[in-house]
Design a protein. Structure first.
Length: 151
């Protein structure tokens, strides 16, 4: 048996559906924007870090070539010491790169958690919608029963 709704109830129901659709669309769009912004920031950060590392390594290579050209055999121990320092710097750069990789992995985990929470929010919203529909149905049945019991 179809439920007959008054004009006001139809308007209220339509308004509820529009609000729910708007909130859901906003959540999805906001998540999309957050992802794009985070990805762009990460890409920029990694590009800058890569460029800086490449410049740093190129500079070190040039330094080694200059040392090789200008140093005499008697300064071999100084060159060896310099190479050791450069090796230490390279190890520091490698450690920093590893830390950056770890941070990116943590960010990926955080993004996944945000997506999960967002999906849970949508699921809860849908459950709320179902509960509202059920409550509306119960209200209609109660009104019918109260209406039939008039004295």
């Amino acid at each position: 048996m179809p439920i007959k709704l008054s004009f006001n109830q139809k308007i209220l129901l339509a308004a509820c559906l529009v609000v729910i659709a708007a909130v859901t669309a906003f959540s999805v769009y906001n998540d999309y924007l957050q992802r794009r912004t985070l990805q762009a920031s990460l890409q920029t950060y990694l590009n800058d870090a890569g460029a800086l590392t490449a410049d740093n390594i190129s500079g070190r290579i040039l330094l080694l070539e200059t040392w090789r050209r200008t140093c005499a055999a008697s300064r071999l121990s100084e060159i060896t010491h310099g190479i050791g320092e450069i090796d230490n710097m390279n190890q520091s750069v490698a450690a920093a790169t590893q830390e950056q990789t770890s941070v990116i992995e943590n960010l990926n985990v955080d993004i996944t958690e945000i997506n999960t929470l967002n999906q849970e929010g949508v699921d809860h919203l849908q459950a709320t919608l179902r509960a509202c529909a059920s409550l509306e149905d119960q209200v209609m049945r109660l009104r019918q029963r109260v209406g039939s019991c008039r004295i």
